[in-house]
Write a protein that binds this ligand. Structure first.
Ligand code: ARG
Length: 465
């Protein structure tokens, strides 16, 4: 076909001139929506089966369509499919190829359907599968965290508030905090998948169709829970994509928090952990460098996901019912959120089991920051002092410790008694790091026994998924 001849469009009947070449490229989505081909074909197969069931297609026509669509799927998978920009999108490319292959019957597939309910179906099917893969990666990462928590339940590190040493905690307890964030992230994705699992097929362009369709049947063939309730809503809203992106933003926010800690902890100043070389890179000028690129990159990637969430919210805002071409803009942000989540979660799930903890260093760091000061205050309260007075006594002991470069546990009984006559020999039980963490022995507390029990519960939940 030469450039001057009008392209033959499936919708070209009422047009008297060819689409402007720039407009053709500008309005086409095939370069990115071809990714939906597998789900588009599945949606078409279900639609065709439904049309045959209600007698709109004959059994022979259904067979031809099924064979043709499966051949097209193979052509695409073999990289032999010729995608055409003049056919706009994945839907019309596949339909045109079907008609090429099986002739007039191919043209019957679109009976009782529109690209509007077709694309709304495709994205739901596609996203439902991708949520499944993302949730598997979250589970794999959580398994790694729980195993690491168990391994390091007795390892003591400083717990921080304001990034200042606060109280000693178990390293395992810290890992289980990350695990809880991911537990909620998993739940949010499950909620999103459950809400989107309704079939828009049959909504057609916006108002439904005059054919005697069986929406329950096509919904069931595609594994949807039920058909959507309202045709106008079905073809227009992309709230499920927004909801997914919002859940994605939270996942990336959590990963950025983990990343920040890994970057800090691998620095020479902290030296709490080591990441294996295979997750790091070097510097082209400074031979000594081992950079934690993977967590750094993931910390940075939260930006694009948050950006995509805002894109999706903004493209939906103020759209009148029903379908508008604006919605074609939903795909690139959605796809990039999916890709970013899958890659970032894979990196984490691979990396976490390979973390090694420098337990001497984390212990030493917990020693250095007067992390058992609260334990001394609690001790004095048990001896009968009001908490505020105990706080004052301990504050003075800490000031003394700073001046003498001594931790509370390194002071003699006489030194401690300068600040309160209530302090006796048994004080050293609470001033040690082990004494401090073991004393927080309740659900959600940092005592190693509690960390192990929490890891058991976490593992049971993971097994029940
Ligand atoms: N490529 C379109 C999209 O992604 C498919 C639906 C087109 N519908 C239409 N009436 N032009 O939204």
């Amino acid at each position: 076909m030469s450039d001057k001849e009008p392209a033959i469009k499936p919708w070209g009947g009422r047009f008297s001139e060819a689409t402007d070449q720039f407009v053709e490229r500008f309005t086409a989505s095939v370069s990115f929506d071809q990714r939906l081909y597998h789900h588009d074909i599945n949606g078409s197969l279900a639609h065709a089966a439904m049309l045959a069931k209600v007698g709109v297609l004959s059994e022979d026509e259904l067979k031809q369509i099924q064979t043709g669509l499966e051949e097209i799927r193979s052509e695409i998978e073999a990289g032999e499919f010729n995608w055409s920009v003049s056919l706009e999108d994945v839907h019309m490319n596949i339909e045109a190829r079907l008609t090429d292959k099986i002739g007039i019957t191919g043209k019957k597939l679109h009976t009782g359907r529109s690209r509007n309910d077709q694309v709304a179906t495709d994205i739901r099917l596609y996203l439902r599968d991708e949520i499944g893969s993302i949730c598997s990666e979250i589970t794999r990462l959580q398994q790694g965290l729980v195993a690491l928590a168990r391994r390091e339940a007795d390892t003591i590190m400083p717990g921080f508030t304001h990034l200042q040493t606060a109280q000693p905690v178990s390293f395992g307890h810290h890992m289980l905090a990350w695990n809880e964030m991911l537990e909620r992230d998993f739940g949010r994705l499950q909620d999103c998948a459950a809400r989107l699992n309704q079939s828009p097929l049959g909504a057609a362009a916006l108002a439904g169709t005059t054919y005697p369709i069986d929406r329950e049947y096509s919904a069931q063939l595609l594994g949807f829970d039920r058909p959507t309730e309202n045709s106008l809503d079905s073809v227009s809203d992309r709230d499920f994509a927004i909801e997914f992106a919002a859940a994605g933003s939270l996942i990336m926010t959590h990963l950025s928090r983990f990343s920040e800690e890994l970057v800090l902890w691998t620095s020479a100043q902290f030296n709490f952990i080591d990441l294996p070389d295979r997750f790091c890179t070097g510097s082209s000028i400074m031979p000594q460098k081992k950079n934690p690129d993977v967590p750094e990159l993931i910390r940075g990637k939260v930006g694009r996901v948050n950006g995509h969430l805002i894109s999706l919210l903004t493209l939906m805002k103020s759209q009148p019912l029903a379908y508008n071409k604006d919605n074609q803009e939903d795909k690139e942000p959605l796809f990039d959120v999916i890709d970013t989540l899958k890659d970032s979660l894979k990196a984490y799930a691979d990396m976490v089991p390979a973390i090694t903890v420098n337990a001497d260093v984390t212990r030493e760091a917990a020693m250095r920051g007067f992390s058992t000061a609260t334990d001394l205050a609690d001790y004095l309260v048990r001896k009968g002092l009001p908490f505020r007075d105990a706080h004052e006594v301990v504050g003075k002991s800490v000031a003394y410790g700073i001046a003498q470069s001594k931790d509370l546990s390194e002071m003699s009984l006489e030194e401690l008694q300068q600040f309160s006559a209530d302090i006796a020999d048994d004080v050293f039980d609470v001033l040690t790091l082990e004494g401090s963490i073991n004393a927080r022995n309740h659900i959600g507390g940092t005592a190693p026994a509690q960390v192990r029990a929490a890891a058991d519960r976490a593992e049971t939940r993971l097994q029940q998924r």
